[in-house]
Design a protein around this ligand. Structure first.
Ligand code: NCD
Ligand code: ZN
Length: 369
C-alpha cells in the first residue's frame, strides 16, 4: 500500500443535525469533504427555502472557515409544499433539490409522503425547473419484510415515477441491494445512486455479531453478503451513476444504546478512511477518486473540486467516543484500528493545515498513533 493523492471529495448525503450537535459534528465533515448535500430531516423538517438558507448559515458558522467547506441543501418534500416553492428553490444554487421520505421510513420522517400521487404536481415542477429528487427508497408497508423494503419500493414507486417524469433527475439514496444496483444500471441516465461506506464494508451479520450492535443499525438496514458484494462492484466499477454519500447520521450515545435504538451510523470523522478500506479490499483504489470526487459533482452539474487530499497507509485507533457540547457520540468502528489516514485532517493528524482553527469538539479514548 502506498499513499495516494486525489481530488478533494464531496459527500452527497449527510446529516448534520442542529444546535449543539451541529457545532459538534460539522467540523468533522468539513475536514473530510469540500462540499456536502445536507439532509433536511430536522425537527421541524426544513420544508421551505428560507428555513434551509438559515440552516445553511448556521452550518457555516459551525465549521472552520479555513476548511472552505460548502454546504448544499435539499428541502424536505411534503404533500403540503406549495408548487411555487419549487420554482423559488430553483433560484438558489445552494439548494440542489427535494428529499422524498416515505412517511415514517426513517429518523424524523413523520412528515414524509403517504401517497406518492399527492406530490406529482411538485415532481412535475421539479422536472421543469431542473431540481434533483433525492429519494429514501424504502416502502413503509408493515407487511413488507424490512430486508425487502428497497426492492419493493423500486417496483411499486420508483418505476412509476421514472416513467411519468422522464426528465426528472433522481438520486436513489444509500443503495443497499443487488436489485437496486441492477435497477440503477438498467435505468436511464437521469437515475443515479449514492452508496455509504458502511454498506460497502458490512453485511447484516454486523448487526448481530456476538449480540445486538446498535452502532451498526442504520436505515436502510444492511443486507446479506451478496448485496454488499454487488454494491462494492458498483462503487468500484467506474460507472458515473454511483457516487459517494456517507449518510453519516449522528445520534447521542444514550439514544443508540437504548431499548429502542435510533437508526444511523456516525462515520463523518473517518469517512474517507472507510471508503479507502472498502476500495482497497476490492483491489480498486484507482477507482476511488472518480467515485468520491467526480461522479457526484458531474451529476449535480457542479464543477469538480480543484484541491487535493492524500490518503496514507497508517495504523491508528478510532476514538471510543466523541464528546462535545452536544453530548457523547459513538462512531462506527469505535476503539478499532483503521488502515488509512486522511492528510490533512485535524482530527487524525496534528500537523494539519487547519488544526489551529476554533472548534468545540474534543475526543476521548483512542488516539492517533
Ligand atoms: C438517518 C438519520 O438518523 O437521520 N438514519 C439512518 O439510519 N440512515 C436517516 C436516513 O437517512 O434514513
Ligand atoms: Zn440519510
Amino acid at each position: 500500500m502506498r499513499a495516494f493523492t486525489l481530488t478533494r471529495p464531496d459527500d452527497w448525503h449527510l446529516h448534520l443535525r442542529d444546535g449543539a450537535l451541529l457545532r459538534q459534528v460539522a467540523p468533522f465533515s468539513a475536514a473530510q469533504f469540500k462540499r456536502a448535500l445536507v439532509m433536511p430531516n430536522l425537527r421541524p423538517p426544513l420544508t421551505r427555502v428560507e428555513q434551509a438558507l438559515a440552516y445553511r448559515a448556521r452550518i457555516l458558522t459551525a465549521v472552520p472557515k479555513a476548511s472552505g467547506f460548502e454546504p448544499y441543501l435539499s428541502l424536505y418534500l411534503t404533500a403540503a409544499t406549495p408548487v411555487k416553492e419549487v420554482a423559488y428553490a430553483s433560484r438558489f444554487p445552494e439548494i440542489l433539490g427535494f428529499k422524498l421520505y416515505p412517511a415514517g421510513a426513517t429518523t424524523h420522517a413523520e412528515a414524509g409522503i403517504e401517497r406518492l400521487e399527492s406530490v406529482y404536481p411538485l415532481l412535475e415542477a421539479m422536472e421543469r425547473h431542473d431540481l434533483v429528487l433525492q429519494i429514501h427508497g424504502e416502502v413503509t408497508d408493515p407487511e413488507v419484510d424490512i430486508f425487502d423494503r428497497e426492492k419493493i419500493f423500486i417496483e411499486r414507486e420508483l418505476i412509476p415515477i421514472i416513467k411519468r417524469f422522464p426528465n426528472l433527475r433522481i438520486v436513489l439514496e444509500h443503495l443497499t441491494t443487488q436489485e437496486g444496483v441492477e435497477f440503477v444500471l438498467s435505468a436511464p441516465a437521469t437515475l443515479a445512486a449514492t452508496i455509504t461506506a458502511h454498506h460497502l464494508l458490512y453485511n447484516r451479520n454486523a448487526l448481530f455479531a456476538g449480540g445486538l450492535r446498535p452502532h451498526h443499525y442504520c436505515l436502510p438496514v444492511p443486507k446479506r453478503e451478496p448485496h454488499r458484494q454487488a454494491l462494492l462492484r458498483a462503487a468500484t466499477s467506474g460507472n458515473p451513476k454511483f457516487f459517494l454519500g456517507t449518510d453519516s447520521a449522528p445520534h447521542l450515545r444514550r439514544d443508540k444504546e437504548a431499548a429502542c435504538a435510533c437508526a444511523g451510523c456516525f462515520t463523518a470523522p473517518i469517512a474517507l478512511e472507510l471508503y479507502a478500506e472498502a476500495f482497497s479490499q476490492a483491489g480498486a483504489l484507482d477507482k476511488l477518486e472518480a467515485f468520491a470526487s467526480f461522479h457526484g459533482a458531474d451529476f449535480y452539474r457542479l464543477p469538480r473540486n480543484r484541491e487535493t487530499v492524500t490518503l496514507a497507509p497508517a495504523s491508528w485507533s478510532v476514538p471510543e467516543v466523541y464528546t462535545g457540547e452536544g453530548g457523547e457520540i459513538v462512531p462506527l468502528r469505535a476503539g478499532e484500528t483503521l488502515g488509512w489516514r486522511l492528510i490533512p485532517n485535524p482530527y487524525s493528524d496534528s500537523s494539519s493545515s487547519f488544526s489551529n482553527s476554533s472548534n468545540s469538539s474534543s475526543r476521548s479514548g483512542g488516539s492517533p498513533s
